[in-house]
Design a protein around this ligand. Structure first.
Ligand SMILES: [Zn+2]
Length: 332
């Protein structure tokens, strides 16, 4: 071996590694930028997840998460789909402020939003808040894990290895919420409002009053097809939640949804999700009532308004079937 060549090879390897590996975290290296966005003229920040279902390519970073910096500390909303995503969010917080993270609101207990809580549990003293039905997801209390949650964790340990592995565990809430809660921190007013069961049993939105910003969680998807394909989804209640958003006075000037782009046009974003759910309820409801088999109605339904959107292929058929079943059950 020609040892003179080693330094050159070493430099090349380092460049290649840096270009690919990106950032190391205690929960595995990540390569995505985890770019931080700021709501204009406000202390509210967020990161936008990638489209699609959680997989190795998107590193499990598919949901949005964000935080609010106040004079007395930081309030976080959602924590991402792996401990590494949660850690990257924490890293972005530390780039903006050294104030302590006081509260992490888990907007709903679904894997793609809560596995990042582990990073906040292990690297901050934050109190984790969620609606009381989060305990059902956990299987009764914070010390247990339900069968569904456990099987999801097993699936993610395969799909998202090494970011989700045998050291990943589900972090329960320190404080559970009811219908609503309001608190102030560092001069800002936060309102947590329960919207569930809609997308999930525990949907809770966070309104940050003074800057007029809403973290909607997964009751709002913008510029992609929403996910309705769960037996716990309640599309009727979901529409009520969207109507509540439309009725907020004053109207928020900015909404950060659970997935998809954030928007300064809340009315449009709410109507986008609302129209999709309404469309499924109307088309599938009529078919269920007339006893038309699902395959037949699915094939002849006009999907042209949605078929070019991200997540259409992955979610639309399942969504439609779920709503078909929901409407069928409701018609008895
Ligand atoms: Zn989600």
């Amino acid at each position: 071996m020609n040892y003179n060549k080693l330094p050159g090879i070493f430099v090349l390897l380092c460049v290649a590694t840096l270009g690919h590996a990106g950032t190391s975290t205690p929960y595995g290296d990540v390569s995505l930028p985890y770019k931080l966005h700021q709501v204009p003229d406000s202390p509210v920040y967020y990161i936008i997840g990638r489209p699609g279902v959680p997989d190795a390519e998107n590193e499990g970073h598919t949901s949005n998460a964000g935080f609010v910096v106040t004079g007395e500390g930081v309030v976080v909303y959602d924590a991402g789909g792996t401990p590494a995503v949660g850690y990257m969010l924490l890293k972005r917080i530390r780039e903006i402020t050294d104030k302590p993270v006081k509260i992490v609101v888990a907007g709903h207990y679904h894997a793609d939003h809560i596995y990042g809580l582990q990073a906040f549990r292990e690297h901050t003293k934050a109190s984790i808040w969620a609606h009381e039905t989060a305990l059902d997801y956990l299987g009764g209390d914070v010390t247990t894990t339900s069968e569904d949650a456990q099987s999801r964790l097993t699936q993610r340990r395969e799909a998202l290895f090494p970011w989700v592995n045998e050291n990943t565990y589900i972090v329960g809430p320190d404080k559970t919420l009811g219908q609503s809660a309001e608190f102030t921190l560092g001069g800002l007013t936060f309102e947590l409002v329960y919207m569930g069961p809609a997308h999930s049993p525990s949907d809770t939105i966070m309104v940050v009053k003074e800057p007029g910003v809403v973290f909607s969680g997964d009751i709002l998807y913008f510029s992609r097809v929403p996910f309705l394909d769960s037996p716990l989804t309640d599309t009727g209640r979901w529409l009520d939640g969207l109507d509540y958003l439309l009725s907020l006075s004053p109207q928020p000037r900015f909404i950060i949804p659970g997935h998809g782009d954030a928007t300064d046009d809340p009315q449009y974003a709410v109507k986008f999700t609302r129209n999709y759910i309404e469309y499924l309820r109307t088309t599938m409801g009529k078919a269920a009532e007339e006893l038309i088999p699902f395959d037949e109605v699915y094939a002849r339904t006009d999907w042209s308004a949605y078929e070019d959107l991200p997540a259409f292929k992955a979610s639309n058929r399942g969504n439609a079937y779920r709503v078909y079943l929901e409407m069928e059950a409701a018609s008895f």
